[in-house]
Design a protein around this ligand. Structure first.
Ligand SMILES: NC(=O)c1ccc[n+]([C@@H]2O[C@H](COP(=O)([O-])OP(=O)(O)OC[C@H]3O[C@@H](n4cnc5c(N)ncnc54)[C@H](OP(=O)(O)O)[C@@H]3O)[C@@H](O)[C@H]2O)c1
Length: 257
């Protein structure tokens, strides 16, 4: 039986990964800050699918939290076969509206934690000659869009670069770039979603199924829906200046996070 560690497992996309991977028979290590919610999730998934679900409470905005998860990933006696770096959040507001402390927290969770956890996991996986890492980015990675877009762009560049560096080692890395997904994300950030057209919303369970399919096919970048594949095709040929202008004017309230 294999084991998957999911950060931000208790809600949204992370919870969809936990549902799908446990249904497929994988043991889980569930990571988030809310211990009670983690324990309820572990019990539910254990009872429903008969898998083992460990709870690891950690705040990935802190060194101690990152270190605790890295230590678990490095445990050679209880190997982790799949790491899903999913924990993340949005900050409402444009550059200079968002407090600097919140910008720095975002870089810690979206970039530093992802770097350190990916390194801890892949070092152990390379020794075993197998393993996988999914780093959850966003289609915002391809649009000039403040610290959020920049941090997700880092996730894409880092993941695809590391995937090349580890090619042939048996370890696969993939950046996952969702569009809008109905989760707790926008509510937590205090962002309104009324102006987002219905067709732009993705279902978290379908997103995860497509992502795992892409990982199995050896892709290093996954944009799991034809609607967003087409949109990203348009983004690619749109001049950066125009794209940045639209993104900035649109306001952080409604942009793809
Ligand atoms: N929803 C979208 O439209 C969308 C689109 C593209 C990309 N994404 C990306 O997808 C990922 C998941 O987002 P989501 O929409 O599923 O969000 P969500 O529903 O708000 O869930 C976020 C999860 O992350 C955990 N978390 C947040 N901060 C954390 C921290 N400092 N340390 C540890 N765990 C933390 C939360 O649990 P606790 O609060 O208990 O810690 C929760 O389990 C994020 O990286 C996000 O940027 C989302």
């Amino acid at each position: 039986m294999t084991t998957a560690l999911i950060t931000g497992s208790t809600a949204g996309i992370g919870a969809a990964f936990a549902r799908r991977l446990s249904a497929d028979g994988h043991n889980l290590v569930l990571v988030a800050r809310d211990t009670k919610r983690l324990q309820e999730q572990a019990t539910e998934l254990h009872d429903r699918h008969g898998i083992e679900a460990e709870v690891l409470t950690a705040d990935l905005a802190t060194d101690d939290g990152i270190e605790a998860v890295a230590t678990r990933l490095a445990d050679r006696k209880n190997p982790v076969d799949l790491l899903v770096n999913n924990a993340g959040f949005g900050n409402k507001g444009r550059f200079l509206d968002v407090p600097m402390a919140d910008e720095l927290t975002m870089l810690k969770v979206h970039c530093e934690a992802v770097l350190r956890l990916t390194a801890a996991a892949t070092e152990a996986m390379r020794e075993r000659g197998r393993g996988g890492v999914v780093n959850v980015a966003s289609v915002a990675a391809f649009v000039p869009r403040g610290t959020y877009g920049a941090s997700k762009s880092w996730v894409v560049q880092f993941t695809q670069g590391a995937a090349k560096d580890l090619a042939g080692s048996g370890v696969r890395l993939m950046a996952l770039c969702p569009g809008f997904v109905r989760t707790e994300f926008h509510q937590r950030a205090g962002m309104g979603t009324d102006n987002i057209p219905g067709w732009m919303w993705l279902d978290a369970d379908k997103l995860v199924a497509a992502a795992l399919g892409d990982l199995a096919r050896g892709k290093s970048l996954s944009i799991p829906d034809p609607r967003y594949k087409a949109l990203m095709g348009i983004v690619k040929v749109t001049p950066r200046g125009l794209l940045g202008g639209i993104s900035s004017r649109t306001g952080r309230k409604y942009g793809p996070q």
